[in-house]
Design a protein around this ligand. Structure first.
Ligand code: NAD
Length: 464
C-alpha cells in the first residue's frame, strides 16, 4: 500500500489529496497541518473550506484511506510520497525584495521532513514556488538528514481554481510533473505518474524538467491574469467611447487564436494566487537583471489596482460626489463565486475606500462570515481600523436586508443568487432610497430591465 502525506490542509492540500484518496482506495492519504482548528474542522461535519462536491468526497473516504491530523512527524515517517502544500504568500515588507514569495513555510516544512524521515522519500512541491525552489529544498534535505536516506524532489504545481476545485481535480486539463533528468529523478516521477494515471488519461499527465514545471505554473497564472487586465483596460476605453465591453470581448473571443475564455471584464481579479504569482515573476525577472520583463509583468498588477479604484471612484462620482452617511449595499465579498475565500478580493478595496469616504456599508455574501469580513477590513494595510469598521459596516443575512434603505447596490461577486432571475429587483428597488443606483462590477445584470424598474445603472465597460 502506498502511503501519501500532504503537509498543509488548505485550499489546495485538502481537496487535491482528498481526490487522490477518493480515486485510489489502495493509497493511504494523511493530510497534516499545524493549525489544530483547521484539522478539527476537516474531521467535523463542517469542513473548513467550501467547494462544490468536496463534502461528498471527504465524507466517503474519511477514516478509511483519508486522514486529517496534526501529527506531522508521524505522517512524514510513514509516507512514501510527501506533498508540500503550504502557503507561499508575498512578503509584506518593502519594495523590490518585498515582492518575493515568502518561502518560510516551505523551508520549515522541508527542514521537518529532513529531521524526522527515517526512510527515502519522494518530496513533491505542490505549492506555487519561484523557479529553482526545488534546488533550495534539496540542499536543506541533504544537509539535515541521515546520509543513507535519499530524497527525490518533484514539481507538481496545482492548477485548480477555487469554486471548481473538485471538477478541476477529477478532470484536469493537464497535470504537470517535473523532475531532474536523472535516472533516479525519472523513477520518482514515474511513481507520481502512476498515481495520477489511475483516473487521468495518460496524455494529460505531462512530464518535463523540474524548472520548466516550476516556471509553467507562474507563467500560466500570469497569462490568465494578463487576459483579465487586458479586457479591463479595454473596459475603460469602452466606458469613454460608447463601445460595449461584452461586444468587444465577443468579437475578439470568436477569433480562434484568441478564444472566448477569461475575457470577462470586472471590478478586478482577486484571490491568493494571481497577484502573488505575477509579483513572483517580477521578482525573478529583477533577480535575473531583466528590468523590461519585470516592468511588463508588473503592469498587469498595476492595471488591476487601477481597475478597482476606477470602479470605486465611479461609484462616488455617480452618487453626486459624496457617499457620506449613505448606505451602500455590497453584494458579494468573496473574490469570486462558489468560494468563501476573500483573499485579495476586490470587495476589500472597495469597502475600505467607501468606509474612508464615510459611507455606511451593508455587506452580504452567501459564504463569507461576518467574522471573516471584519478580519479582512481590519488587516494592517487595508486602511481601516476596528473602530471605523464597527461604526460603518453592517454584515447582513440576505441581499434584501443589505439593500433596504440603501442609496446604491454594488455587485462585487458574480454569485448566481444575485442574477436577475434569482433576486426580486422590483422588491429591492421599492426598499431603496431614490434615486436608486446599481453598480454592476461583474456584468451579471440586465441593465435595460433594471432601468425599466426605475434604477440608474452603471456597468463596468459600458457607458450607458
Ligand atoms: P492555505 O493557506 O489555504 O493552506 C496552507 C496550509 O499550510 C495552512 O493551513 C497552514 O497552516 C499550513 N502550513 C504551513 N506551514 C506548515 C507546516 N510547516 N506544517 C504543516 N502545515 C503547515 O494555502 P492554499 O490556498 O492551500 O495554497 C497553498 C499553495 O498552493 C500556495 O503556494 C498557493 O500559491 C498554491 N495554489 C493555491 C491555489 C488556490 O486556489 N488557493 C491554486 C493553485 C495553487
Amino acid at each position: 500500500m502506498v502511503n501519501i502525506c500532504c503537509i498543509g490542509a488548505g485550499y489546495v492540500g485538502g481537496p487535491s489529496s482528498a481526490v487522490i484518496a477518493y480515486q485510489c482506495h489502495d493509497v493511504n492519504v494523511t493530510i497534516v497541518d499545524l493549525n489544530q482548528a483547521r484539522i478539527d474542522a476537516w474531521n467535523s461535519d463542517k469542513l473548513p473550506i467550501y467547494e462544490p462536491g468536496l463534502e461528498e468526497i471527504v465524507f466517503s473516504r474519511r477514516g478509511k484511506n483519508l486522514f486529517f491530523s496534526t501529527n506531522v512527524d508521524q505522517a512524514i515517517i510513514d509516507a512514501d510520497l510527501i506533498f508540500v502544500s503550504v502557503n507561499t504568500p508575498t512578503k509584506k515588507s518593502g519594495m523590490g525584495a518585498g515582492m518575493a514569495a515568502d518561502l518560510a513555510y516551505i523551508e520549515t516544512a522541508t527542514r521537518r521532513i529532513a529531521q524526522v524521515a527515517t526512510t527515502s522519500k519522494v518530496v513533491i512541491e505542490k505549492s506555487t514556488v519561484p523557479c529553482r525552489t526545488a534546488e533550495s529544498m534539496r540542499t536543506i534535505l541533504e544537509a539535515n538528514s541521515n546520509k543513507d536516506i535519499r530524497f527525490d524532489i518533484l514539481s507538481n504545481p496545482e492548477f485548480l481554481a477555487e469554486g471548481t476545485a473538485i471538477s478541476d481535480l477529477t478532470k484536469p486539463d493537464r497535470v504537470l510533473i517535473g523532475c531532474l533528468q536523472t535516472p533516479e529523478g525519472i523513477a520518482a516521477q514515474k511513481k507520481l505518474v502512476d498515481i495520477y494515471t489511475r483516473w487521468i488519461p495518460q496524455e494529460r499527465v505531462i512530464t518535463m524538467n523540474l524548472w520548466s514545471s516550476e516556471l509553467s505554473k507562474l507563467a500560466a497564472n500570469a497569462l490568465l491574469a494578463q487576459r483579465i487586465s487586458s479586457i479591463n483596460a479595454l473596459s475603460a476605453i469602452c466606458e469613454a467611447t460608447g463601445a460595449d465591453v461584452d461586444e468587444v470581448a465577443y468579437a475578439c473571443g470568436t477569433d480562434s487564436r484568441i478564444g472566448p475564455k477569461f475575457l470577462k471584464a470586472s471590478v478586478g481579479f482577486g484571490g491568493s494566487c494571481f497577484q502573488k504569482d505575477i509579483l513572483n515573476l517580477v521578482y525573478l525577472s529583477e533577480q535575473l537583471f531583466l528590468p523590461e520583463v519585470a516592468a511588463y509583468w508588473k503592469s498587469v498588477v498595476t492595471m488591476n489596482e487601477y481597475q478597482k479604484m476606477r470602479f470605486t471612484h465611479r461609484i462616488v462620482r455617480t452618487l453626486f460626489n459624496t457617499v457620506t452617511h449613505k448606505r451602500i449595499a455590497l453584494l458579494g465579498f468573496a473574490f469570486k463565486k462558489d468560494t468563501g475565500d476573500t483573499r485579495e478580493s476586490a470587495a476589500i478595496t472597495l469597502s475600505s475606500y467607501l468606509i474612508q469616504e464615510q459611507a455606511r456599508v451593508a455587506i452580504y455574501d452567501p459564504k463569507v462570515s461576518a467574522k471573516q469580513i471584519m478580519m479582512d477590513l481590519t488587516e494592517p494595510g487595508v486602511g481601516t481600523n476596528e473602530e471605523t469598521v464597527k461604526k460603518h459596516v453592517e454584515v447582513c443575512e440576505s441581499a434584501y436586508e443589505a439593500c433596504a434603505g440603501a442609496d446604491a447596490l454594488v455587485i462585487c461577486t458574480e454569485w448566481d443568487e444575485f442574477k436577475m432571475n434569482q433576486l426580486d429587483y422590483q422588491k429591492i428597488f421599492d426598499s431603496m432610497q431614490k434615486p436608486a443606483f446599481i453598480f454592476d462590477g461583474r456584468l451579471i445584470l440586465d441593465a435595460p430591465k433594471l432601468r425599466e424598474i426605475g434604477f440608474r445603472v452603471e456597468t463596468i465597460g459600458k457607458s450607458v
